[in-house]
Design a protein around this ligand. Structure first.
Ligand SMILES: C[S@@+](CC[C@H](N)C(=O)[O-])C[C@H]1O[C@@H](n2cnc3c(N)ncnc32)[C@H](O)[C@@H]1O
Length: 261
């Protein structure tokens, strides 16, 4: 491709408001199969589709996570949740990633910790399809359904680490999200109900029945929501603590099954 043609793409992206137009142009050019494909991709991007949905993948924890249009794009801040989970997971552990989306968290844990068995689940068929591509190993099983209903009963009382990046945006915060999220990611991936904690509440309430003795539940949250999450975890019988990172702009509430381990 000539430098002039590249410049046209950069200018088109910049006019559409892409801040990192040069970087995005390079990624689009690399991902496109031919000139027509590149045209279509640039058009999708300037229409507002997230870059990762257009090029078909996101970088996450050093991995390439395959994505389809309409699936939640894994955020880098969630790598902090992965780091916390790695600290609590041992070789051979049984791990569950609830609300797995494209499977980014589970994929990172499978690479980081030897011999784990991973079960991942999501209610959204597009997410499940992506997760099955990203977790295509005999150590992982991907299920479709509502939270724990998706999981086999054999996991009850057997989960050493239960990790979730579930929706946590309060419903009236959805219209305030950037258009890339608001218009191109499914609301089921974002909307956490009135206070943003509806799904978290359901996960925490059921978690003690699924955790093994001494097992841990880890949920990504925001700093303003974290204290309420602590109350929710305590009410469910989990011993909670909050870990936060300025570097990642991220908070995680971790609960250990009370009285065990
Ligand atoms: C914020 S996205 C996170 C996806 C993934 N964990 C990640 O970090 O990339 C939340 C995910 O929760 C899923 N979800 C929402 N409600 C659910 C439910 N009741 N049962 C299972 N999955 C659900 C959505 O489909 C979406 O994929």
């Amino acid at each position: 491709m000539t430098p002039e043609a590249v410049n046209v793409i950069v200018a088109t992206l910049r006019r559409a408001g892409c801040v990192f137009a040069e970087d995005e142009a390079a990624l689009l050019i690399r991902a496109a199969q031919d000139a027509a494909d590149l045209d279509a991709m640039v058009t999708r991007r300037v229409t507002g589709f997230p870059l990762e949905q257009v090029i078909g993948y996101a970088e996450f924890h050093g991995l390439r996570i395959l994505l389809e249009p309409g699936v939640f794009v894994p955020r880098h801040r969630t790598e902090f949740l992965v780091q916390q989970a790695i600290e609590l997971t041992g070789p051979g552990d049984t791990v569950v990633d609830l609300c797995c989306g494209a499977g980014a968290i589970g994929a990172a844990l499978l690479v980081a910790i030897e011999g784990i068995t991973l079960s991942a689940a999501d209610v959204d068929p597009t997410a499940v399809r992506c997760a099955r591509r990203n977790l295509a190993t005999s150590a992982a099983h991907v299920y479709e359904g509502d939270l724990f209903d998706a999981l086999p009963a054999s996991l009850m009382g057997a989960v050493d680490v239960l990790v979730a990046n579930a929706p946590y945006v309060p419903t009236d915060g959805i219209p305030l999200l950037p258009p890339e999220a608001r218009d191109y990611e499914p609301h089921v991936a974002l909307d956490g109900g009135g206070d943003g904690l509806d799904v978290h509440r359901r996960i925490a309430e059921a978690a003690p029945r699924w955790l093994s003795p001494g097992g841990h539940l880890l949920i990504e949250t925001t700093e303003p929501q974290a204290e309420r999450m602590v109350d929710i975890f305590s009410a469910a019988g989990l011993v909670p603590r909050i870990v936060s990172s300025d570097e990642w702009s991220a908070s995680v509430v971790i609960g250990r099954l009370a009285g065990q381990g």
